[in-house]
Design a protein around this ligand. Structure first.
Ligand SMILES: NC(=O)c1ccc[n+]([C@@H]2O[C@H](COP(=O)([O-])OP(=O)(O)OC[C@H]3O[C@@H](n4cnc5c(N)ncnc54)[C@H](OP(=O)(O)O)[C@@H]3O)[C@@H](O)[C@H]2O)c1
Length: 332
């Protein structure tokens, strides 16, 4: 049998338990050109909140009754594609379920001898690549720069801070929402300064930490936090807009940031990006991230929940900020 978590209803505002359903169905089998995968690790990511909604976006929404969308790592159990054999470990868009069939061309082989296989869902996968291209290509950090990162202890943010240090940035400042996460910023991820944006005076702390202004603001959250950072930009600042998680669960988006005039004052450039824009360069990104990981230059923390049935609670917890590191579900 196969177990799936499906979208039971479109959430209004913050998702709730009844928006998800656990259903059982026949185990699928692979048609010509397809591969059947038994998943081991499921990635939970903020973008999934967007797929639950019908609002205009860059990808089609999940339909009610369909399995929730998501990347997973698992083992090939049947293959009708000559590139894959039973026993191979692969990563792909396999959904919130135990078994999935996928076209061979949508899967990537993972070498479990190089790193734990679930790293293909974060540092050696989508969130690591997001940090790599978002910071280096969009943010264009220079040696000596001051960099600020929001949601800095999360899956993307933990890598951005370390990449900024690798690029020779002088002051790297992370914003996070609990004292434990702020401790991780300095102790695990090499941030120079960690700021608890819920408890500290964010503007005062940024002024103190960034006396010459912020050259690169890597924005994962938007809203009031970004409004405060915009006041502290440096001349010619670059602002990669990676995500706007502060807005994802609001029935109506906020009006903030209201101070875009600072972009004129500082001649700053805001640029939204999607990781898929860089798909043709993923091999380069994975090779460099893999090299730094092997050299001990990249560290990460995982936040693991056991069992597919607990995925909805883990997902909602991540949206509330309860995850300390990359949110994963261990399926078996
Ligand atoms: N552009 C792309 O291609 C791309 C790819 C991947 C991810 N993203 C985006 O990158 C961002 C981070 O994703 P991730 O996977 O690394 O997630 P994550 O940071 O591991 O988890 C989400 C974190 O967001 C923070 N958060 C939640 N609500 C917030 C609010 N109202 N205000 C401020 N912070 C809030 C929480 O941390 P705190 O406790 O610190 O608040 C929470 O732990 C998201 O916006 C996501 O959509 C974009």
């Amino acid at each position: 049998m196969n177990r799936q978590i499906t979208l039971a209803a479109r959430p209004e505002g913050f998702p709730k338990d009844s928006d998800f359903a656990l259903v059982e169905s026949e185990r699928p089998s692979a048609a010509p050109g397809e591969v059947l995968v038994h998943s081991q690790w499921l990635s939970l990511d903020p973008y999934m909140r967007g797929r639950m909604s019908e609002a205009r976006s860059y990808a089609k929404p999940t339909q009610v009754g369909e399995p929730m969308t998501g990347q997973a790592v698992g083992e090939v159990v049947e293959s009708n594609d000559p590139r894959f054999a039973p026993g191979d470990t692969v990563v792909g868009q396999l959904g919130w379920q135990d078994y999935a069939v996928a076209r061979g061309g949508t899967l990537r082989k993972v070498d479990p001898a190089l790193a734990p296989p679930q790293t293909a869902l974060h540092v050696l996968g989508a969130t690591g690549l997001t940090a790599y291209f978002g910071l280096y290509d969009v943010g264009q950090p220079k040696p000596g720069d001051t960099v600020v990162v929001s949601a800095a202890s999360g899956a993307v943010g933990q890598i951005v801070g370390q990449l900024a240090k690798i690029a020779g940035c002088r002051t790297v400042v992370g914003l996070a929402g609990t004292p434990e996460k702020v401790a991780d910023l300095k102790e695990l991820y090499g941030y120079d300064v960690g700021i608890d944006y819920k408890q500290d005076d964010l503007n005062a702390r940024l002024k103190e930490a960034c006396p010459n202004g912020v050259d690169v603001y890597f924005d994962n959250v938007g809203g009031a936090i970004s409004e405060t950072v915009f006041r502290r930009l440096a001349l010619g600042a670059r602002v990669p807009i990676c995500g706007q998680i502060s807005q994802y669960n609001l029935a109506e988006p906020e009006l903030a940031p209201r101070n875009l005039g600072f972009l004129v004052v500082f001649r700053a450039r805001l640029e939204g990006f999607l990781i898929y824009d860089f798909a043709h360069r993923f091999p380069e990104g994975l090779q460099r991230l893999g090299g730094w990981l092997a050299d001990g230059k990249l560290r990460y923390r995982e936040d693991v929940t056991e069992g597919l049935e607990n995925a909805p609670a883990a997902f909602m917890g991540m949206l509330r900020g309860e995850n300390r590191g990359k949110t994963l579900v261990k399926l078996r």
